[in-house]
Design a protein around this ligand. Structure first.
Ligand SMILES: [Zn+2]
Length: 301
């Protein structure tokens, strides 16, 4: 909690109390406060599951999503969900309010495309068909090259929305596209579209939000055994000159079987109560969707 010496002095004057001798001017509060770490729980529904061909399969995954959303909402936390095209087709077929409700309840969505059949633009258009128009967050195309010799940043930037504007403002990853290891950056920056994408270029066309998941974990998958140590280490090494971001992959397939899902939600309750909620109360972490992180990063540029 920041002290309010000037307000206190003014109150003392107004109420007629003698004022203390003038205190030395307080440090600007931001100089002493550690930077906040913006976090979100990234969740994917993969195209390898036939959500769109079997309503029971779709429903088991959607039930898991809804329960996870309720749990996170109870703690003021955020999920950012990236359904690949099969899940979105299931939504359109059987559950047309699902993604609308997801966004309306404060959680995020991103355009997640493995591109074995359909590319980012196709998945983005399917999100629009499912009621979520103009999603600006891209996750996919990692191994593609863009026009004019650009890298995957240039590839993603080349997609245009129906109105002719760039389709995406921001790319996310949780693993390095070249190495498939969790990417080590933990900040928001503008990747180079022409050289090494991990290098900041003030003229870069897109923002990147870094995950910095532990390298020993497969593809940034959430591991409760190391979760706190990892986040603690992030909090101990924040960059004071950047917007610090972190996320992990808590795939929806962890929640498709009722008992396994219930066990995992119970573990989440422990993490919230013992660890995450106190960090929020202390001002060390703040939940934000990828779109919210994008707005904060743009404002800080
Ligand atoms: Zn995926």
């Amino acid at each position: 909690m920041r002290s309010q010496p000037h307000l206190l002095a003014a109150l003392l004057v107004l109420t007629g109390c003698p004022t203390e001798p003038a205190e030395p001017e307080a440090e600007p509060p931001t100089a002493a406060d550690p930077p906040v770490l913006y976090v979100v729980s990234m969740m994917h529904a993969e195209e390898s599951v036939q959500h769109h061909e079997n309503e029971n399969i779709y429903r088991s995954f959607a039930d898991g999503l809804e329960a996870q959303r309720a749990l996170f909402s109870d703690h003021g936390a955020r999920i950012d969900f990236g359904p690949d095209w099969t899940f979105i087709e299931g939504v359109k077929r059987w559950d047309d309010q699902q993604l609308i409700e997801h966004v309306a309840s404060g959680h995020g969505l991103h355009t997640h495309a493995h591109e074995t059949i359909w590319d980012l633009a196709s998945v983005n258009a399917r999100l629009a068909d499912a009621g979520v128009l103009g999603n600006p967050i891209a996750n996919g195309g990692f191994l593609e090259s863009g026009p004019g010799g650009t890298n995957w940043i240039g590839y993603v930037d080349a997609f245009d929305a129906p109105n002719g504007d760039p389709m995406f403002s921001t790319v996310i990853g949780y693993k390095n596209p070249q190495t498939q290891l969790p990417d080590s950056s933990g900040t928001c920056f503008r990747p180079s579209a022409t050289g090494d994408w991990t290098v900041h270029d003030p003229d870069g066309p897109l923002l990147y939000l870094g995950s910095s998941s532990p390298a020993e974990q497969g593809a940034g998958a959430l591991d409760f055994a190391t979760f706190r140590d990892w986040l603690d280490s992030r909090l101990d090494s924040l960059d004071p000159d950047a917007m610090n971001t972190a996320y992990w992959h808590d795939s929806l397939h962890n929640y498709a079987q009722p008992q396994a899902a219930a066990d995992r939600r119970a573990q989440w309750e422990v993490e919230f109560e013992e660890y995450l909620d106190p960090l929020v109360e202390a001002g060390r972490i703040e939940w934000a969707t990828f779109e919210e992180m994008t707005a904060i990063c743009l404002a800080q540029e």
